[in-house]
Write a protein that binds this ligand. Structure first.
Ligand SMILES: NC(=O)c1ccc[n+]([C@@H]2O[C@H](COP(=O)([O-])OP(=O)(O)OC[C@H]3O[C@@H](n4cnc5c(N)ncnc54)[C@H](O)[C@@H]3O)[C@@H](O)[C@H]2O)c1
Length: 380
């Protein structure tokens, strides 16, 4: 694996063009570690990817690191350059850490880096697998590996995070702010269609559509109607509908009753943090921001944020980043390596090599070294 820093001009073009006489399958990865524990977990993820590429022998990753971050904002007034998306649009994937800093408002950092990438590259499907890994204890009594195994599909381009709204009469008693949720037929239909597919491909063929159409009688009612329309094209999938408030109860009380879940941008954002916590920690929860049509690079990241409280302590859990690296390999067509990475992670967790958030005393480095060692091992 080669890693270069801030060399966006180097080698654009399609993967096939770039391969030329190179027998290796080469993937161009834009690495954006960004803030807080982001650089710590992304370094761990790259180390594991390098071990995998060596073990596999059939592919290599050409990684370019970008310094887009809160630090860049402090120096230049922008988290990423104005032509940032142009710089990375020909990459095969983006490997992202986390963005957010205690001295900068969260809406500035989120709208300055992560959302322009997700929305600008129309990564409309946000895929968040969650399961209890061997060796990790769920806070739910009597619930272990196999009892909680979900895929949450989050609408990632519109809904409550459309960015539509405004403020007037700032600072005056009559100040007003609006935050408008946008639901388009195209947006809802494509995410429903996307979500029914993993539901169909998983053994239980079960989908739960999360809604709030009792109180939100326009967008959410259309959401339900389109779910029913799309469902007709997937007759072998059993699907049901849950109000988001009741869904939190079901996730806690009956985790075995759920399999694939589809929800709006805001609802899935909240539910997937709950899912991560129920699976043991936010530190084990991954996400893929996918452009299913592959017009643009998709982006892979842990769902956690920059975790100010543990930054620099060397104890950030790298498992979520390994898992999202596995999602990235799967997306790139390297399914064997993707599965090998998850087998290595499961072995290391089962062996009890765990960071403090999941009850262990290992450091990020110790977990990462153990995963790399497992990748190199015979039985993985
Ligand atoms: N995708 C993103 O970039 C993203 C996501 C969420 C929050 N944020 C930003 O991150 C900052 C902090 O947000 P927050 O505190 O609400 O959420 P957070 O996810 O950063 O942290 C919540 C808690 O989980 C713990 N945690 C998170 N990841 C962990 C890991 N890998 N290993 C061990 N423990 C871990 C933290 O220590 C903290 O106690 C804010 O600026 C927020 O806007 C960014």
């Amino acid at each position: 694996m080669s890693v270069s820093q801030l060399d966006p001009a180097g080698g654009s073009g399609s993967q096939a063009e770039r391969q030329g006489s190179n027998p290796l399958r080469t993937y161009k990865i834009a690495s954006i570690p960004a803030d807080g524990i982001g650089p710590e977990v992304i370094a761990a993820g790259l180390q594991a990817l390098e071990a995998l590429a060596r073990r596999d022998g059939g592919f290599e990753l050409d990684v370019t690191e970008f310094d887009w971050s809160s630090e860049r904002y402090r120096k230049t007034g922008a988290l990423m350059p104005e032509d940032g998306r142009d710089q990375i649009k020909d990459f095969d994937a983006i490997f992202f850490g986390a963005v957010g800093a205690p001295d900068i408002p969260d809406h500035v950092t989120l709208w300055g880096l992560r959302l322009p990438l997700c929305q600008g590259f129309d990564q409309y499907a946000n895929v968040r697998p969650t399961k209890i890994l061997p060796g990790i204890t769920s806070p739910l009594a009597g619930v272990g590996p196999g009892d909680l195994d979900w895929v949450i599909v989050r609408e990632n381009s519109e809904g409550e995070y459309s960015g539509i709204g405004g403020r007037a009469h700032r600072g005056l008693p009559e100040e007003v702010a609006t935050e408008v949720s946008i639901f388009t037929r195209v947006g809802v239909e494509r995410i429903m269609r996307y979500a029914f597919k993993p539901a169909q491909s998983r053994p239980r063929k079960l989908l739960t559509v999360v809604t709030k159409s009792n109180a939100q009688r326009h967008g959410m009612v259309m959401w339900d109607e389109i779910a029913a329309e799309v469902g007709k094209d997937f007759p072998d999938v059993t699907w049901d509908k849950m109000l988001v408030d009741a869904m939190t109860v079901r996730m806690v009380k009956s985790p075995r009753s759920l399999d694939t879940i589809v929800a709006t941008n805001l609802h899935a954002d909240i539910l997937s943090d709950l899912a991560g916590a129920l699976a043991g920690s936010l530190g084990v929860a991954p996400t893929g921001n996918i452009d299913p049509e592959r017009r643009y690079p998709s982006m892979f990241e842990p769902i956690h944020g920059s975790a100010f409280d543990i930054t620099g302590k060397g104890i950030a859990n790298p498992v979520a980043t390994f898992w999202t690296a596995s999602q990235m390999l799967e997306h790139l067509g390297e399914a064997d390596a993707a599965r090998r990475l998850m087998r290595a992670v499961e072995k290391v967790c089962a062996d009890g090599i765990l960071t403090p958030d999941v009850g262990g005393d290992a450091t990020t480095r110790q977990v990462t070294d153990a995963v790399c060692e497992a990748i190199r091992g015979e039985n993985i």
